[in-house]
Ligand binder design. Sequence first.
Ligand SMILES: *[C@@H]1O[C@H](CO)[C@@H](O)[C@H](O)[C@H]1NC(C)=O
Ligand SMILES: *[C@@H]1O[C@H](CO)[C@@H](O)[C@H](O)[C@H]1NC(C)=O
Length: 176
Amino acid sequence: MAAAAATALLLLPILAAAPWAASAASGEKSTHMKLYWHDVVSGPSPTAVPVARAAVTNNSKTAFGAVVVIDDPLTQGPDLKSSKPLGRAQGTYIAAGKDELSLMMNMNFVFQAGKYNGSTVAIMGKNAAFDAVREMAIVGGTGVFRMARGYAQARTHTLDLKTGDATVEYNLFIKH
Ligand SMILES: *[C@@H]1O[C@H](CO)[C@@H](O)[C@H](O)[C@H]1NC(C)=O
Ligand SMILES: *[C@@H]1O[C@H](CO)[C@@H](O)[C@H](O)[C@H]1NC(C)=O
């Protein structure tokens, strides 16, 4: 019995030092949030600007080879003018589908208000923009969202085919 106790005492520091033992169980959160992403391509102050386009292809259906830099407003509700601003979606999207419209999204959701102010979530994934629901990976985060992983689901709320302006509902499911 004394030997067993001694063994237990010897193992204690090893168990206590195992990093996964503590972090896996303690304090992991699941956060779901819904917000609206506004891609403003028209007008005098666009938030999505094309910066490059392939010279060798000219496929207006898929825009293959185009690169767009975004600093898109994120709001709580769907109306850009009246909804509470939550932050910005900063990054790029690339038309990466040769024969289909398929955007490669690479953006940070930068929160600038509310309880996530100062934190970011990194989103990367395929966005076939004409599909009803597009799922993308949440690959990381900072601040409140350090070590984040999860997924985002995007659904087009409105798309103005004349101007190209779009409002998209994003649902984020984050473990952090
Ligand atoms: C590229 O596409 C535009 C718009 O569809 C068209 O007007 C133009 O002639 C095309 N250029 C070439 C080189 O095919
Ligand atoms: C967000 O945080 C920044 C930096 O702490 C602060 O200046 C700003 O007022 C905050 N914004 C809101 C809307 O709370």
